[in-house]
Design a protein around this ligand. Structure first.
Ligand code: HEC
Length: 141
């Protein structure tokens, strides 16, 4: 074998090795992409709660977070278990000031704690309130 052919064959085999390494890398990348796709998502809300979520985002989020953290008003985490009753929540959401003025102890204490910030009054139908409540129960764990 003369020198010219020797260098040529080295060049060729280096090329082949390089190609082999490259295609291996590509395979690794595709495997990584697949793992990311199968990462679990947040727990799903029921259909009713999803309606409530829309109402919450449109009417409540400027003052309430669904987490434990307070904003203008208290964080909504655990609220469904915390308030005196579901009926109480309905009255309070539709007219918090009326509940506070009636002397309701829980409402007055909350009002004092939040520096007498006045919550907006709403006029939700029974269906709308049910979906909001469902959302608070499911998402506000
Ligand atoms: C303008 C701000 C504001 C908006 C908008 C608002 N809230 Fe409030 N909310 C408050 C404040 C402040 C309090 C604390 C009591 C008070 O000061 O009257 C409160 C208290 C509450 C409570 C009692 C919380 C507890 O810890 O017991 C519930 C339930 C509640 N809000 C639900 C809602 C829902 C549902 C909406 C949307 C439909 C809403 N709020 C919209 C400000 C707001």
């Amino acid at each position: 074998m003369n020198f010219k052919y020797f260098t040529l064959s080295i060049a060729l085999s280096t090329g082949l090795v390089a190609c082999g390494v490259e295609s291996k890398n590509e395979q690794n990348q595709t495997t990584n992409a697949k793992t990311e796709e199968t990462t679990p998502k947040e727990p799903k809300l029921s259909e009713l709660a999803l309606k409530g979520e829309q109402l919450f985002q449109a009417n409540c989020m400027q003052c309430h977070l669904i987490s434990k953290d307070a904003l203008i008003g208290p964080g909504m985490s655990g609220v469904a278990k915390r308030v005196p009753s579901k009926e109480w929540a309905k009255k309070f959401i539709n007219n918090s000031q009326a509940v506070i003025k009636s002397g309701d102890k829980y409402a007055v204490a909350l009002y004092e704690k939040y520096n007498k910030s006045v919550m907006t009054s709403f006029n939700f139908s029974d269906e709308e309130f049910e979906s909001l409540w469902q959302y608070l129960e499911e998402a506000g764990q």
